[in-house]
Design a protein around this ligand. Structure first.
Ligand SMILES: Cc1cc2nc3c(=O)[nH]c(=O)nc-3n(C[C@H](O)[C@H](O)[C@H](O)COP(=O)(O)O)c2cc1C
Length: 375
């Protein structure tokens, strides 16, 4: 039986050679949003991983939309030039592969310290901080300073910022965009009644709470080429009583599907870390991805979260629980995870010619039908 994990998948004009996705991973290593040599190294490593789609880290659509001062951005010409330098170098040397951006606004989780500096909110009295914005004037964590509630004008500006960043992605020649609608960042904050207590058209009913992320989706779809896919990452549940639910995710996914959305990337949590109750374990978010897939069978679904074993990943895709699997920490730990998965499942990946000689004797075809001469 050929591997389901290593079967191709067509998303609009983009054909992925396999169903493995490099999950977006913030590197918190930029200055003023600019990619640098760290990104060149890291993107190079991920681009050689053999994954069908590499989603670059959450990339801010404005300076105040960064989580930390070190976040990557695509909100200025300097950001675009810095991104281009790294992307062009990776494209030049890595085997051809799909590279997409995850574009994001941090909302009330902005102005935080990098994780290795503790991750807490930087008080407004300290240099380097800025005012976090959210749907409502509520803190992310009890006891922290509340966000500033967005005005209508600011909401419309952020929608435009997303579209402007999407245009930069197009100029850069990126293959796909994922909107970050998960983990308690701005799009998710509008969806969740925990963070969104507005009484205007942007809050209250489910229809009103979906209005902002859908407006962002529509604005990006309008400027992003028709042949290129646009997906949405969601937190399928807040894991909090009275929060965003899997049932609401299903409704949101149906509406997105009607608008042509190309995938739903099923993560969870992050809007209320003080109260969320998550039972972690292998593939702990897969059942939620499966529920979305069952309810909206025609939309491609990505499962993510503690997927670490090739046979586990194969089973998730082969049994139809999701169409793709994303890995984050597993790919930092072992950037050639897809190579090893291909070996375990009797499939192959595309490797750069410089590495062809490494195909192990027991898996001679794992790098494809490559021939290396020697004298
Ligand atoms: C270092 C690191 C950075 C992350 N940054 C992002 C990010 O930029 N955007 C996002 O949606 N998720 C981010 N995540 C979450 C991952 O994409 C992924 O959903 C999560 O780690 C679960 O997958 P895993 O068990 O394979 O690591 C990050 C995770 C890690 C470990």
């Amino acid at each position: 039986m050929p591997s389901a994990l290593f079967s191709s998948l067509k998303l609009r004009d983009l054909t992925l050679p396999n169903r493995i996705v490099v999950s977006p991973m913030c590197q918190y290593s930029s200055e003023d949003g600019n990619a640098n040599d760290w990104h060149l190294m890291h993107w190079g490593s991920m681009a050689l991983s053999g994954a069908g789609l590499f989603l670059v880290e959450a990339t801010a659509v404005s300076a105040e939309g960064r989580i930390t001062p070190g976040d990557l951005g695509l909100y200025s010409d300097a950001n675009e030039a810095a991104f281009k330098r790294c992307l062009d170098a990776v494209r030049k040397y890595a085997p051809p592969g799909a590279i997409g951006a995850q574009i994001a606004h941090a909302g009330r989780k902005a102005s935080s310290r990098e994780p290795w500096n503790g991750g807490a909110l930087i008080p407004l009295s300290e240099p380097g901080s800025w005012q976090p914005l959210g749907p409502s004037a509520l803190p992310h964590i009890p006891g922290e300073a509340p966000a500033q509630a967005l005005t209508e004008t600011q909401i419309l500006q952020i929608i435009e910022d997303f579209a402007a960043t999407a245009k930069r992605c197009e100029r850069l020649g990126l293959d796909a965009i994922e909107l970050h609608g998960a983990h308690g960042y701005l799009l998710h904050e509008f969806l969740s009644p925990i963070a969104n207590q507005r009484t205007d058209q942007w809050g209250g009913s489910l229809e009103n709470r979906m209005r902002f992320p859908l407006a962002v989706y529509d604005a990006v779809r309008k400027v992003w080429p028709k042949g290129k896919p646009l997906g949405m990452r969601v937190s399928t549940t807040d894991w909090v009583e009275g929060g965003w639910t899997v049932e609401e995710t299903i409704t949101f996914s149906k509406v997105l599907h009607q608008r042509g959305c190309d995938w739903i990337d099923c993560s969870s949590g992050g809007v209320d870390p003080a109260h969320q109750k998550i039972t972690l374990g292998p593939g702990y978010q897969v059942p939620n991805a499966e529920k979305v897939k069952q309810a909206v069978p025609d939309i491609p679904v990505i499962a993510v979260g503690l997927i670490t074993d090739p046979h586990q990943a194969e089973e998730i895709v082969a049994s139809g629980k999701s169409d793709m699997v994303a890995l984050a920490r597993g790919l930092l730990y072992n950037p050639r995870w897809p190579w090893h998965a291909a070996a375990a499942l009797g499939a192959s990946v595309t490797a750069p010619k410089q590495y062809w000689r490494c195909a192990p004797r027991e898996y001679p075809k794992v790098l494809g039908d490559v021939k290396v001469g020697q004298r």
